[in-house]
Ligand binder design. Structure first.
Ligand code: PBG
Length: 327
């Protein structure tokens, strides 16, 4: 029962000034809550803009290091690294090479910025010629053929120095296989952030331009979740936790705030939300047309995702957020 009644309780009293609004604010977004995605490409001095993702670039390791330095100086929670190789093949063998693009970038980051938290995305879609997240058998990704390759990729990232590996493929059983492989290889301290409730979403479009990972045929609906389901998300999340995930992810974020809340309440585990490329690009596009106030919309989106229960948010706007904080 609400005891407070008008006119005794006047909600507008605490909205009069910025200081009063701050006094009663329930949700904060701090730079440390945000994780910045970075895209590594081979080469030197490369900074390539991507049309559908204004402000996001493919960078060679030397340039990526500069972005990572800024992320650290701004107090961001860490970076999420994606490798975009120059050569692809049927099996995505570039994903687990010791001298692969992701491994090279991780090694450089951990050598130059040991305090920076480095999370690596573990998937094959950036490395396969067909753009699917694993080995194709009879026109679809074969789960059990793919899982060992993901485990091998995760171990190669750990060997390069990754603090956290983040499998984004949505194969069944991959978290358990990755945990076992890491432990067997002596990387018992490498953590797993599983993309546990990852939906088959139209909001990944711009990412696939940056990561060059659009499927050449079909889509990802046989692996990623149906946007209509939330109870299934809870089963996916529980399964990943049982298999050894240290932290779980919900993805996308803005269209799935209810899922974030349910996962947080159901598990009590650290929950990370991926505020994905299309969600970012929509705001940027409308802002560029002068239809909305971009910075305010970005801030509001991040606040909503945190309010829904996400402890950490992966966001392409992380640096701009933290820079604005600095003034
Ligand atoms: C797969 C992966 C994807 C994203 C992160 N990891 C794309 C996909 O599943 O097709 C999407 C991220 C975004 O849209 O920002 N490796």
């Amino acid at each position: 029962m609400l005891m407070s009644r008008f006119p005794g309780y006047r909600p507008r009293r605490t909205r009069r000034t910025g200081a009063l609004r701050a006094l009663v604010r329930e949700t904060e977004v701090r730079p440390g809550d945000l994780i910045l995605p970075l895209f590594a490409v081979p080469g030197q001095g490369v900074r390539r803009a991507v049309g559908s993702m204004p402000g996001v670039e493919q960078t060679s390791p030397d340039q990526l290091l500069k972005d990572a330095e800024e992320a650290l100086a701004l107090g961001l929670g860490g970076v999420l690294l994606f490798g975009v190789p120059s050569e692809k093949d049927e099996r995505g063998t570039g994903a687990w090479r010791d001298d692969g693009i992701a491994q090279t970038a991780v090694r450089l980051l951990k050598r130059e910025l040991p305090e920076l938290l480095v999370i690596t995305d573990v998937c094959l879609c950036e490395y396969t010629s067909h753009g699917h997240c694993g080995i194709i058998v009879d026109g679809d990704v074969d789960n059990d053929e793919t899982v060992p390759l993901l485990a091998r990729t995760a171990v190669s990232h750990a060997a390069a120095g990754a603090d956290v590996v983040a499998p984004s493929d949505m194969m069944d059983g991959r978290v358990g296989a990755i945990r076992a492989a890491l432990d067997a290889a002596g990387f018992g301290q490498t953590a797993i952030l599983s993309y546990a409730a990852k939906y088959a979403s139209a909001f990944y479009g711009p990412f696939r331009d940056v990561a060059e990972s659009a499927p050449a045929f079909g889509d990802r609906r046989t692996a990623q979740m149906d946007p209509a389901n939330v109870l299934e998300a809870l089963r996916e999340v529980r399964l990943d936790i049982e298999e050894g995930a240290d932290m779980v992810m919900v993805k996308p974020a803005l269209a799935y705030l209810d899922v974030i809340r349910r996962v947080k309440d159901d598990t009590g585990f650290p929950v990370c939300a991926y505020h994905v490329s299309g969600e970012y690009a929509m705001i940027e596009a409308a802002a560029r047309l002068g239809w909305i106030d971009g910075p305010r919309a970005h801030q509001e989106a991040l606040t909503a995702i945190r309010r829904a229960g996400a402890d950490r948010v992966i966001s392409y706007w992380s640096r701009q957020f933290a820079r604005a904080r600095r003034g």
